[in-house]
Design a protein around this ligand. Structure first.
Ligand SMILES: Cc1ncc(COP(=O)(O)O)c(C=O)c1O
Ligand SMILES: [Zn+2]
Length: 362
């Protein structure tokens, strides 16, 4: 039986009965799961979705798949390629994780599923719950882009708009999570989500012929893509499927950079007197207190990578620059290109992880 293990204190609990976070220390769960090696030679004959990496996944018999995964890798400069994760069923990378949460929810058969989100994760959970026939409520902060709200409602989910910032929205969801019969499909606390996002790296590894670039540039709000990427890199390396691990280059908006500040201060957790968190065009990565901060800081440090921050004018310019190259990406999704598009050495991959139609041109 698969178990959760607390990422902070190590407490274990069975997945079927556990609450959504560690009851002892309130830490987010990790998953007591060991991936098997993915057989590269067998991949070409397999299903054309992220489920082709089944040896590496904690759930393997998908019933609610929408064909997620296998997004294109497109060279943009001599040094930087982009992985077009905005070409997912709900137009963001969150589908990689949300499909895992929906599969899990289906087996647990709750009366309703809830999620909180800056928009994209909630959209994704709403879509997969629709596919699974599960009632869903999504909590979003006021000011969430109208298109994301429309997308959530279109999937039949109930939308709860919460006054205040992203943290207030998370509190509202946490309060509702205790209601009997509720499955809290938290992309932040539930580790199945990370075992979905890790397929981003398995796809790169397959597309690059069994190698990875020198650096993976990754946006970080709650760090679900970064932590998934770190999981995959670790698995591929342990299985002898790569001989060299890429560095992880984490990207935050300059206006909302609590992790970058902690990293550059040499801290292993968020700073008590960290920087103020202001509004940013990159709404999806404006997270004041990410619960997995320690794991994110450790993963970036252990990879030999670093944190970069991008000012608002570079976000705006990067969105226009990508659109001029034929790629229309939402403001949050251009942050990595804004941070690393001008690299002049080595190889880097940036995710373009949300579609431009979700926010329009900012
Ligand atoms: C387009 C986009 N990029 C990046 C992120 C950041 O993901 P995370 O908060 O898991 O780091 C989000 C989160 O909503 C997003 O919507
Ligand atoms: Zn704990």
């Amino acid at each position: 039986m698969t178990t959760y293990l607390c990422s902070l204190c190590g407490l274990g609990a069975p997945v079927a009965t556990a609450s959504w976070r560690c009851p002892r220390c309130q830490g987010p769960w990790d998953l007591g799961f060991t991936a098997d090696p993915v057989p590269a030679a067998e991949l070409p004959g397999r299903v054309n979705s992220l489920w082709r990496y089944r040896e590496a996944l904690p759930l393997t018999a998908p019933t609610v798949s929408l064909g997620e995964g296998r997004t294109p890798l497109v060279p943009l400069t001599a040094h930087v390629s982009a992985k077009l994760d905005y070409l997912m069923p709900t137009l963001s990378f969150k589908d990689r994780g949300a499909v895992m949460l929906a599969e899990l929810a289906r087996t647990l058969a709750p009366r309703r599923v809830i999620a909180d989100s800056s928009g994209n994760a909630g959209t994704s959970v709403a879509a997969y719950c629709a596919r699974a026939g599960l009632p869903c409520t999504v909590y979003v902060p006021e000011g969430t882009s109208a298109k994301k709200c429309e997308q959530i409602r279109a999937h039949g989910a109930r939308l709860e708009t919460v006054p205040g910032d992203r943290e207030t929205t998370a509190e509202a969801a946490r309060a509702a999570a205790g209601t009997p019969g509720t499955f809290y499909a938290s992309h932040v606390y539930n580790p199945y989500f990370l075992h979905g996002t890790k397929t981003y790296v398995y796809e790169l590894w397959e597309d690059l012929g069994g190698t990875l670039p020198d650096t993976l540039v990754l946006p970080v709000g709650n760090g679900t893509l970064l932590l998934g990427a770190a999981l995959a890199v670790g698995e591929l390396y342990e299985h002898g499927l790569i001989t060299r691990r890429p560095t992880l280059t984490a990207v935050q908006a300059e206006a909302a950079a609590p992790l970058a500040a902690a990293f550059h201060a040499g801290a292993d957790d968020l700073l008590d007197d960290g920087p103020a968190i202001g509004p940013t065009l990159a709404e999806g990565i404006a997270i004041p207190r990410p619960p997995r901060a320690r794991a994110i800081l450790r993963a970036v440090r252990e990879s030999g990578g670093t944190f970069l921050t991008v000012p608002e004018d570079r976000v705006r310019a990067a969105q226009r620059d990508l659109a001029a190259r034929g790629l229309f990406v939402e403001a949050t999704g251009v942050a990595c290109w804004a941070a690393a598009g001008d690299r002049t050495e080595g190889t880097a991959v940036v995710p373009l992880c949300g579609a431009g139609a979700k926010t329009g041109l900012v």
